[in-house]
Design a protein around this ligand. Structure first.
Ligand SMILES: [Zn+2]
Length: 340
């Protein structure tokens, strides 16, 4: 009897990596093969409120359980890649500060996972992971110079320039969400006024809607409908309202589209980009805001033909962070360079 007869064709020679996407709301863990194919993914609530130490233990515990899943154990990952929001020291594997985790300062998250699980772990910024994922296996495979924006709780961004992820001088990549779009706008959580994030993120859409409607008792929650209190409002609700023609939500999506169009025209002028990829949960509302984005983009982009710039929605969607984190880990481990 041939002992290899039940083995899938990729299992014998293809390396795998674990990708972890640590968001403020959800923690996603996935097993990814070195071709960029996602073999298995699980999602969990992050539970930021449990506090730093308990959360680190939770991440370690959930990752250990994932590794023990027979479907994962059959293809044990060589490395782990973890994407987290915030300023990340990628060489040391340290989260310096993170907007999602206010009590995290100088947390050696990469080292903690590596020591607990015995697998080499690489930490990176979550938007960088998403951007890398789109270049490696998503909507940016054919592009050499593009920006990827993640529209979610905040606005994250990454850049591929000359086919490579761009880290800049501080080692954490660009902060596209904190470009000033409206100089006298709302005070952003970063301290500045009128950042792109205050006009184009789920958090701010809901906050601005509540302000318009004078709703004070409703707390913003991003938890899934089954687990959140009834009196909460999400960006998804606003999307449904806008689709029904509700004027206040429509106005906010218009403002969001125009802010993005302005920001993207600036980026394209500055970097001569050939493409823009929009990802994150809020990119699903593109049917509402995209016409406003395109109109503003064309109006502001005067020296480069807008027709030459590919504007795309993420093809990997919620898988991009996991796939990208795994790909970055494989690249950094030097076992394989997915982009070359
Ligand atoms: Zn800001």
């Amino acid at each position: 009897m041939n002992s290899f007869s039940n083995r899938p064709p990729w299992s014998a020679r293809t390396a795998t990596a674990l990708g972890i996407d640590l968001g403020g709301t959800r923690l996603k863990i996935g097993l990814v093969e070195s071709t960029g194919r996602l073999l298995l993914m699980k999602k969990f609530p992050t539970r930021v409120q449990v506090g730093r130490e308990a959360l680190i233990k939770r991440i370690i515990g959930l990752t250990a359980s994932f590794l023990n899943d027979p479907r994962c154990a059959a293809h044990p990952p060589r490395v782990i890649g973890l994407g987290a929001a915030g300023l990340i020291d990628i060489r040391k594997g340290v989260v310096e500060i993170s907007p999602n985790f206010p009590d995290w300062q100088q947390v050696p998250l990469g080292r903690r996972l590596q020591d607990a699980l015995g697998i080499t772990t690489f930490l990176d910024n979550d938007a960088n992971a998403v951007t890398f994922g789109e270049k490696w296996a998503g909507a940016g495979q054919d592009l050499q110079h593009f920006a990827c924006l993640t529209l979610g709780t905040g606005v994250g961004g990454g850049l591929i320039l000359g086919g490579r992820l761009w880290y800049g001088s501080h080692g954490s990549g660009p902060e596209i969400g904190h470009m000033t779009i409206k100089p006298r706008g709302e005070r952003c959580r970063c301290g500045n006024r009128g950042c792109l994030e205050t006009l184009a993120s789920a958090t701010w859409l809901v906050q601005n809607y509540k302000k318009i409607k004078n709703i004070e008792q409703i707390e913003y929650e991003t938890a899934p409908p089954a687990t959140r209190p009834q009196a909460t409002l999400t960006a998804k609700d606003l999307f449904h309202l806008a689709r029904q023609g509700e004027p206040h939500s429509l106005r906010l999506f218009k403002q969001m589209g125009e802010a993005l169009g302005l920001a993207l025209a600036n980026l394209v002028h500055l970097l001569s980009l050939e493409g823009i990829i929009l990802g994150g949960g809020l990119s699903r509302a593109a049917t509402i805001f995209l016409p406003y984005l395109e109109k503003e983009f064309k109006k502001r982009l005067t020296l480069i033909s807008p027709e030459r710039v590919h504007l795309r929605i993420s093809s990997l969607q919620e898988k991009s962070g996991v796939i990208g984190a795994a790909g970055l880990a494989l690249e950094r481990a030097g076992r394989r360079n997915p982009l070359n």
